[in-house]
Design a protein around this ligand. Structure first.
Ligand code: GLU
Length: 428
């Protein structure tokens, strides 16, 4: 499989415990209805499937796959599938919960879910990955569906993998249902029903939020410096899209290593190199640096775009930037968050910053349902509007509650969920 989204930067500690801490803080702050709090504090469904797949040498290997559905009061469950050795129930639970908040913040009619397989995809051939993916889809069966639970790409999962899931799902439906079901998955290749602009959508959303932050601060992105952790889909697209602003990438890290060049690294050139070699290591137009040097590089913007728990009590004091734009899900743990705030570093929280992906997934879903195909300009304009509106809602809430940005973002989401629960009531 393509190596560009290879990310195995290590995570540690319970990620779900972080979500619970963030949620409790916001719920206390906004005085969330205690009954509704009980509901949102739990996931709805947790699926763990052990399933076999045939290897190229004819042997069978067992795999463990997950799908956690957190909440669907706002619409069908929605969220990506991750292929990574660190995937476990704790991580998937956290990621599913963040999806609920994310969809609520950007005002799209989706709930939250997440899934994945615990494996290192780089150890398998394309044909093995295809069989693993198809067998996982088959194992999930009717636990996913176009109006029920709609997966998408996440760490190490590509448009090709989405096409295999689509084909497997459709092939297991009655023939007369098949054409009606292409919106069972988003992030598909364009030819197979994908949307223009979905590939870059998360990075594009990150850049739209950075633009809004810069406007608010009266800060010019022209000549601004930034550093990136992770040069997969999100990190590389955010860098490519910051280039026209005249911003300068001065250090970048992925699983293969970290590199720096104070004069700037060209994101396009680095992208070609990473696609060819599988990582940033050995890129000759920059010098190799260590992980801590990357984190302590003085810059205007830091974009973590890899895994969870990267900015912690231990690493947050190293950061020397004006803003952290969270391209990844959960890159900052609650201790790291407090330290950044004390240091006066702004945070554009993940559930706002990286929501561009799910927004364009929603557009893809709509196009499939209506048998439409939108041009890129339309997708980009609609995405821009969604992200700017969400940014403004969070900014206003931060002002209203005099709180930090993550708590503000949570309050936007929780208010919306609370309102819907109050309107609908609890069955029976
Ligand atoms: N995996 C992405 C995320 O974490 C996209 C989810 C989707 O498009 O459903 O937001």
């Amino acid at each position: 499989m393509a190596k560009e989204s290879k990310k195995t930067i290590k995570k540690h500690a319970s990620v779900y415990a972080n979500v619970v801490r963030q949620f409790n803080k916001a719920a206390d702050f906004m005085k969330l209805d205690p009954e509704i709090r009980k509901i949102l504090a739990k996931t709805t469904t947790e699926i763990i499937v052990n399933f076999p797949a045939k290897m190229d040498d004819g042997t069978i290997q067992m795999f463990t796959g997950y799908r956690v559905q957190h909440n669907n009061v706002l619409g069908p469950y929605k969220g990506g599938l991750r292929y990574h050795p660190a995937v476990d129930i704790d991580e998937v639970r956290a990621l599913a919960t963040w999806m609920t908040w994310k969809s609520a913040i950007v005002n799209i009619p989706f709930g939250g879910a997440k899934g994945g397989i615990q494996l290192n995809p780089f150890k398998y051939s394309d044909s093995e990955l295809q069989r693993i993916t198809r067998r996982f889809t088959f194992a999930l069966g009717s636990n996913i569906g176009p109006e029920y639970d709609i997966p998408a790409p996440d760490v190490n999962t590509t448009a090709q993998i989405m096409a295999w899931i689509l084909d497997t799902y459709l092939s297991t439906q009655p023939p007369q249902e098949r054409q009606r079901c292409t919106h069972v998955i988003t992030g598909k290749p364009i030819e197979a029903g994908g949307s223009l602009g979905r590939d870059k959508a998360t990075g594009q959303g990150v850049v739209f939020t950075i633009e809004e932050w810069a406007k608010d601060k009266g800060f010019s992105l022209d000549g601004a410096t930034y550093t990136v952790q992770g040069y997969g889909n999100v990190g590389s697209w955010a860098s490519l899209l910051l280039k026209p602003h005249g911003s300068k990438l001065i250090a970048v890290e992925d699983v293969t290593g970290a590199i720096a060049n104070a004069k700037g690294i060209d994101p396009d050139d680095l992208n070609v190199y990473v696609k060819k070699t599988g990582g940033v290591k050995g890129y000759v137009k920059a010098r190799p640096i260590g992980h801590k040097t990357l984190l302590s590089t003085k810059a205007d913007i830091f974009i973590p775009a890899a895994l969870e728990n990267q900015i912690t009590a231990e690493t947050a004091p190293l950061l020397n930037v004006k803003v952290v734009a969270e391209g990844a899900n959960g890159p900052t743990d609650p201790d790291g968050d407090e330290i950044l705030q004390k240091q006066g570093i702004d945070i554009i929280p993940d559930i706002l910053c990286n929501a561009g992906g799910v927004v364009v997934s929603y557009f893809e879903w709509l196009q499939n349902k209506r048998s439409e195909f939108w041009d890129l300009e339309e997708v980009d304009n609609k995405l821009h509007k969604k992200i700017v509106n969400a940014y403004e809602r969070v900014r206003d809430t931060v002002k209203e509650f005099k709180t930090d940005w993550r708590t503000g973002a949570y309050i936007v989401a929780l208010r919306r969920l609370e309102t819907v629960y109050k309107e609908r009531g609890i069955f029976p």
